[in-house]
Design a protein around this ligand. Structure first.
Ligand code: NAD
Length: 475
């Protein structure tokens, strides 16, 4: 049974009675799983007031108590992982093993934040006058409003909630209406772990209306968003107009650079498997594949070989490696990229057309022969489509890799230390992965530069966006 979804405001689960609702659809079968209540304006006001009232107490709470709650949520995450993962596969589509990996991995995020929140330090600045004392204090910023997407429903929400709650802030989170069950499960766990009412509030609705209302409210002090660059810019502008702090985790267009001295079979196999993860609906998905001319044919052959054997289907079925796209609108969105590539004379080496029948399936697709100005080479596809193009030398490929306004992740394969060093010094990206995929751990910072965002989540930077600095001096 798919769980009943509700709002969570001031420690109460509020069902849909009398409220507008929207259907929750299984993207693999198009079956209606349930109905999601939208928050009314009165609900949003209630959430804002609850968060404001709770902040007055929560900001004074002991970091040890916050830590204990976060640790408990980590344990509950492990205990309930199977059920949460199954529901995530139902409403998001990813294969069950991937969903389970996401949920279990998030228990580590809870533990990390539980540890780090006990280490939010200030500092003492030596005075010019020996009778003066100068202190730099870190204080929670206040009520945070957070907006999280549907691609990693559990992970995206838990990172923001743990950072806000651990810092001593309160939070109103609007989760992804298309895939809500994981976020609902998080609210239930914080509730069960004893988080005081109002510290975490969960609302649903029309994204633009809810974000506009919550960001404009004088009660909110910080905005955190994960999603597309255009929406991020819109929300950051509104936040700027009201002088609110932002953390923006936005889209990317990660370059992959495979040098001719790399282990080509290993690189092609790893990249093919990474490309189909979550059906390519990953902000750090490898996106533009630049392969050095000498090894281009060898790489392409192996890459296609691995992708050809990928089993696409319902994420609950045994052996399925790639599920459907998360919702109906993503199918025409991906098809547009392929259409543009066809028009420009690109060669469809694999896939290319949506899979007919029930469900929003699009197969792994590989396209060659594109110029750098093709839509697929410049806009984020957010799906299982990979353009592969050749390059000559390192300077040329660095220029091409840095040519887009995005700067999220990047993937380099080389066996030369000199090349690895030069690339990591020159690439314009928030994350550089050389010969392996190592981003998104709780203990390491995750974030983009340029249009890909502002601020980091995770690592010892994780609380930066949720704290303000106060200077105190006395004599
Ligand atoms: P979309 O841009 O409409 O929505 C993306 C996400 O942002 C959704 O979760 C949505 O609820 C939210 N959103 C949209 N407008 C909003 C607003 N005004 N206020 C608050 N939240 C808002 O597109 P979509 O079809 O749902 O997703 C496709 C695009 O979204 C992709 O091209 C990709 O770039 C981006 N996306 C990025 C991430 C990421 O991890 N960075 C995750 C999901 C989607």
């Amino acid at each position: 049974m798919y769980p009943k979804q509700s709002l969570y405001i001031n420690g109460e689960f509020i069902s849909g009675e009398g409220r507008k609702t929207q259907d929750i659809i299984n993207p693999a079968t198009q079956e209606v799983l349930g109905h999601l209540p939208h928050a009314s304006q009165a609900d949003l006001d209630m959430a804002l007031q609850a968060a404001e009232a709770a902040f007055a107490k929560w900001k004074k709470s002991s970091p040890m108590d916050r830590s204990a709650i976060l640790r408990k949520v980590g344990q509950l995450t492990r205990d309930r992982a199977q059920e949460i993962a199954r529901n995530m596969t139902l409403d998001q589509g990813k294969p069950l093993a991937e969903a389970l990996g996401e949920v279990v991995g998030c228990a580590d995020h809870c533990d990390w934040h539980a540890e780090e929140c006990r280490r939010i330090y200030g500092r003492v600045v030596l005075p010019r006058n020996p009778d003066v004392r100068q202190l730099v204090l870190k204080e929670p910023i206040g009520v945070c409003v957070a907006f999280t997407p549907w691609n990693f429903p559990y992970n995206q929400a838990i990172r923001k909630i743990c950072a806000a709650v651990g810092a001593g802030c309160t939070v109103i989170l609007k989760g992804p209406e298309d895939s809500p069950s994981a976020v609902m499960a998080i609210a239930q766990m914080f509730h069960d772990a004893g988080l005081p009412p109002g510290v975490l509030n969960l609302v649903w609705g029309e994204p633009a209306k809810v974000s506009d209302y919550l960001i404009r409210s004088p009660i909110s002090r910080k905005v955190s968003f994960t999603g597309s660059v255009p929406v991020g810019k819109q929300l950051a502008s509104l936040a700027g107009a009201h002088m609110k702090r932002v953390t923006m985790e936005l889209g990317g267009h990660s370059p992959v650079i495979v040098f001719d001295d790399a282990d080509i079979d290993r690189a092609a196999t790893m990249l093919a498997k990474f490309k189909i993860r979550n059906a390519g609906q990953v902000c750090v998905s490898p996106t533009r594949f630049y392969v050095q001319k000498k090894v281009y044919d060898k790489f392409l052959a192996k890459f296609l070989d691995v992708l050809k054997s990928v089993k696409v289907g319902n994420g609950l079925d045994e052996g399925v490696e790639m599920g459907p796209l998360a919702h109906e609108r993503r199918v025409p969105a991906i098809a547009r990229f392929v259409e543009d590539a066809r028009k420009r004379g690109g060669k469809i080496e694999l896939g290319g057309d949506a899979i007919s029948g029930k469900g929003f399936f699009f197969p792994p697709t590989v396209i060659t022969g594109l110029k750098d100005d093709a839509m697929l080479m410049t806009e984020e596809p957010f799906g299982p489509v990979a353009p592969v193009v050749p390059f000559d030398n390192i300077d040329e490929v660095i220029t091409r890799a840095n040519s887009l306004p995005f700067g999220l992740s990047s993937y380099i394969f080389t066996n030369s230390l000199q090349t690895a060093t030069k690339i990591s010094n020159s690439i314009e990206a928030g994350m550089v992965n050389i010969n392996h995929f190592g981003s998104a751990l709780p203990e390491t910072p995750f974030g983009g530069i340029k249009d890909s965002g502002i601020g980091s989540e995770g690592g010892s930077e994780t609380f930066d966006g949720y704290l303000v600095t106060k200077f105190v001096t006395h004599i």
